[in-house]
Design a protein around this ligand. Structure first.
Ligand code: FES
Ligand SMILES: [Fe+2]
Length: 372
């Protein structure tokens, strides 16, 4: 580990130790430095559970999607019994087996035609007649993969943390919306030139809403009505409350109370998922870190029931495209400035506005201490 990286780890611990009434952000180098990013990849990012999409993106056996999760090419595939995350690297000489999304009964490598089942077993290896060749030893390695709230989560760790312990308490915040019942209506992927933590922090604070989104969001989620929500071992949340005078945004799930119906509940499932759930709409941004200064963002929009007609859904998709564009523009501009020697990490606003950012830094510091 470089001295620089050690200094940044020390800075992280110092942020976590700041007095509760004087929280501070991390210095800019923590969002820029390649060695610190490599350290995060080997620790907090490799260990964590990453949301890779919605279970209903893969409705039929054989449906798959692929992604690059840190150093690992991964194919997430539904087979007859479950959804699995397999290494997308041929056991022969390392070709990626599949790209993009699709549906397949078997994965046939396009280099020498080794053929694998959707459970990862090697089924066929043409002309491999060496006596010492053992096909059973050539299964595709499998990563831990599980589902919660209708989302698919993958961890690259040999022994990932207990996801239910990490998310303990999150169901109190989002459970009443019945997130597992939402159906997907849109997905997109984009590359943003910013550090992964910048988007986690940005999405999770209500402080910028009225400034950055004066037309798109301010009318129904103004900064002044942001309120901190519960946090737990591996998540945080806040409520973006709606003013009294706006039209209903939908009834949502049976039994959803008035307060939940009149706000968007935003949560981060650390390290890399940020999402907003409201009565009729669920948007999740799944962040795939690429380098210290770039990320792939895969975002999905899902709706509850049939309350929203097609035209309204189209409008919501365009609204979120615009909101994401507004955030991306700010984060990409800030990313350049974070390289300054004067980006030393400033004071954070109070609990209702940036308490979630503080929760995230505390979580990062705890993870880092465990990795020490
Ligand atoms: S690399 Fe896949 S069959 Fe050769
Ligand atoms: Fe925003």
């Amino acid at each position: 580990m470089t001295d620089h990286c050690a200094t940044l780890r020390h800075d992280l611990a110092a942020c976590a130790a700041a007095p509760a009434d004087a929280p501070r952000g991390l210095p800019g180098q923590a969002y820029v430095d390649a060695d610190f990013f490599a350290h995060e990849c080997a620790t907090v990012l490799r260990r964590g559970w990453h949301c890779v999409g919605r279970a209903d993106e893969l409705p039929q056996p054989g449906d798959y999607l692929t992604l690059q999760l840190l150093d690992e090419p991964v194919v997430v595939v539904r087979d007859d019994t479950t959804i699995r995350a397999l290494s997308n690297v041929c056991r022969h000489r390392g070709m990626p087996l599949v790209e993009g999304r699709g549906s397949a009964k078997r994965f046939v490598c396009r280099y020498h035609a080794w053929t694998y089942g959707t459970d990862g077993a090697l089924l066929r290896a043409p002309r491999m007649e060496n006596a010492g060749f053992d096909p059973k030893s050539c299964r595709l390695p499998e990563f831990h993969c599980t589902q919660r709230f209708g989302f698919i989560y993958v961890s690259l760790a040999d022994q990932p943390p207990d996801i239910d312990a990490e998310l303990a308490g999150l169901s109190d915040v989002i459970g009443p919306y019945r997130p597992e019942e939402y159906r997907i209506v849109h997905s997109a992927q984009e590359v943003w030139n910013c550090n992964w933590k910048c988007l986690v922090e940005n999405f999770m604070e209500g402080y910028h809403l009225s400034v950055v989104h004066p037309v798109t969001l301010h009318g129904y989620t103004p900064t002044g009505l942001s309120r901190k929500g519960p946090n737990g071992p591996g998540f945080t949340s806040y409520f973006a409350n709606y003013p009294n005078n706006i039209p209903s945004r939908g009834a949502g799930a049976p039994g959803l109370d008035e307060a939940a119906r009149n706000r968007s509940s935003l949560f981060a499932a650390f390290p890399c998922q940020v999402a907003s759930v409201a009565a009729s709409l669920l948007v999740s941004l799944n962040i795939l870190p690429l380098t210290a200064t770039s990320i792939e963002v895969r975002w999905t929009m899902s709706v509850y029931g049939d309350e929203l007609d097609d035209e309204t859904i189209r409008q919501r998709i365009s609204l979120w495209e615009e909101v994401n564009r507004e955030d991306r523009e700010k984060l990409e501009a800030m990313q350049v400035a974070l390289g300054s020697t004067h980006a030393t990490g400033g004071p954070l606003a109070g609990e209702d506005y940036e308490g979630t950012v503080h929760d995230f830094l505390l979580w990062l510091a705890r993870q880092d201490a465990m990795a020490a």
